[in-house]
Design a protein around this ligand. Structure first.
Ligand code: ZN
Ligand code: ZN
Length: 343
C-alpha cells in the first residue's frame, strides 16, 4: 500500500516552505553551506587570537564624513548611493529609495557584550531617512538583521528576504504581504520599472543554537529601469559562482562588496572575502563601479580596524584597475553616478 508522507505539508504549514532536495543548495532539513564553521571552533579561534585590536576614536575620525541631507531628500535623476555604515547602503533613483541590510543600533550580536559596540555612528537615523520603498536582507546574522532596526521600519516598507526568513519577520509583527521571500535566482517585480532578484553567495546563517542554515543567505540584484546594481551581503570567494552572477544578472553599473571581517584568514576565509578577493568579485560580476562596505563600523574580527581600505588600494593596484572603480566612501558620503547607460 502506498504511504503518503504528511511531514512536507506540516513543515510547509509551520515553516512556510519545504526544502527541495532536487536543488543542489537544499538539504533535507537545512540549506547546504560551504562555510564550515561552528560556535566551538569560533570560541577556540577567539581564545587563540585574544582581544580584538581596537583603535581610539581619534584615529577613526577621518573615515566619518558629512551627510548631505539636502541631496538625499532631493529627487534622484541620476543613480546615487549613500553609505550609512557597515553593510547598510541607501540607494536612490527615479523616485525609488531602498536600503540594504539596515543596522542603526549599537550592537551586532544577541548579547551586547559578545562584540565591542559600534565604533562609528550610522550616517542617518531612521527619522532622517527619505521614504523607503523596500529593504533587501542578505541573511540573518546580527550585523545584517537587527531586530530593533527592523521594528523601526515595520510595515512601512516591503522586505525582500532569503527563503526561510519570512517566518522571523512575521514573528516581529510584519504582515505577510509585506515580506517577499525568495530562493536563489528567483525574481520579483516590485513595480513596472523595478525588478529584484535574489542571487547566491558563499556564506551561512544562524541566530540561535538550533537554527543553523535553516534560512538561506545570498546577494541581491536590483534593477531600476536601466540602472542595475548588486549587493553582495556577506560572502567568501567562489570564482565560478560570481562569474555566473555576472553572466545571468550582470553587468552592473554599481555594486556593494564587503572588504572587512577577514582576520584571521585560516578561520574567516570560508565565510568572508578579504579586499583582494573583493576585487576579484568586482571583476567577475562585471561591475563598472563598486563601493566598499562591511568595514569601519563594528570590530567583528581580528584584522586592524582601518586595514581593509589600505589592502583594497593595494589589491586594485595589483589588478591594474583605477582606484575610482572600487570606491572607499566615508560614512555618510554619497556617490552619484555621472551617467546612466543601459547595461
Ligand atoms: Zn554573516
Ligand atoms: Zn557580516
Amino acid at each position: 500500500m502506498a504511504t503518503i508522507s504528511i511531514i512536507p505539508p506540516i513543515m510547509k504549514y509551520i515553516r512556510g516552505f519545504i526544502f527541495d532536495v532536487a536543488k543542489k543548495h537544499h538539504g533535507k532539513n537545512s540549506f547546504k553551506s560551504k562555510s564550515l564553521t561552528s560556535f566551538a571552533k569560533w570560541l577556540k579561534m577567539r581564545f587563540k587570537e585574544g582581544r580584538y585590536p581596537l583603535v581610539d576614536q581619534a584615529e577613526i575620525a577621518p573615515i566619518v564624513g558629512e551627510t548631505d541631507l539636502r541631496l538625499i531628500h532631493s529627487p534622484a535623476d541620476l543613480p546615487r548611493a549613500t553609505w550609512i555604515g557597515h553593510a547598510t547602503m541607501l540607494v536612490q533613483y527615479r523616485g525609488i529609495n531602498f536600503l540594504t541590510d539596515p543596522h542603526l543600533t549599537d550592537h551586532p550580536a544577541p548579547i551586547d557584550c559578545l562584540f565591542p559596540g559600534r565604533l562609528t555612528q550610522p550616517a542617518l537615523q531612521h527619522a532622517e531617512m527619505p521614504k523607503i520603498d523596500f529593504i533587501v536582507i542578505s541573511h540573518n546574522h546580527y550585523d545584517h538583521l537587527d531586530r530593533r532596526t527592523v521594528n523601526m521600519f515595520g510595515n512601512s516598507v516591503i522586505w525582500y528576504v532569503p527563503l526561510g526568513l519570512k517566518i522571523w519577520f512575521e514573528k516581529q509583527g510584519i504582515h505577510s504581504d509585506k515580506v517577499v521571500e525568495l530562493d536563489w535566482w528567483q525574481s520579483h517585480q516590485f513595480s513596472d520599472e523595478v525588478c529584484v532578484t535574489f542571487t547566491p553567495s558563499v556564506h551561512w546563517s544562524k541566530r540561535v543554537p538550533w537554527d543553523t542554515n535553516k534560512s538561506l543567505w545570498g546577494s541581491w540584484s536590483v534593477r531600476i529601469a536601466e540602472f542595475n546594481s548588486w549587493f553582495a551581503g556577506d560572502t567568501a570567494y567562489d570564482e565560478e559562482l560570481f562569474m555566473e552572477i555576472g553572466r545571468r544578472t550582470g553587468p552592473y553599473q554599481l555594486s556593494f562588496i564587503p572588504i572587512g571581517a577577514y582576520g584571521p584568514r585560516y578561520f574567516m576565509s570560508s565565510q568572508h572575502v578579504d579586499p583582494a578577493r573583493a576585487v576579484l568579485i568586482h571583476k567577475d560580476i562585471k561591475a563598472e563601479k563598486s563601493i566598499a562596505i562591511h568595514w569601519g563600523t563594528f570590530q567583528l574580527t581580528h584584522e586592524p580596524f582601518l586595514e581593509p581600505p589600505e589592502l583594497l588600494k593595494e589589491a586594485m593596484n595589483f589588478e591594474n584597475l583605477p582606484q575610482n572603480r572600487f570606491v572607499i566612501l566615508k560614512i555618510g558620503e554619497t556617490l552619484v553616478l555621472e551617467k546612466t547607460e543601459t547595461v
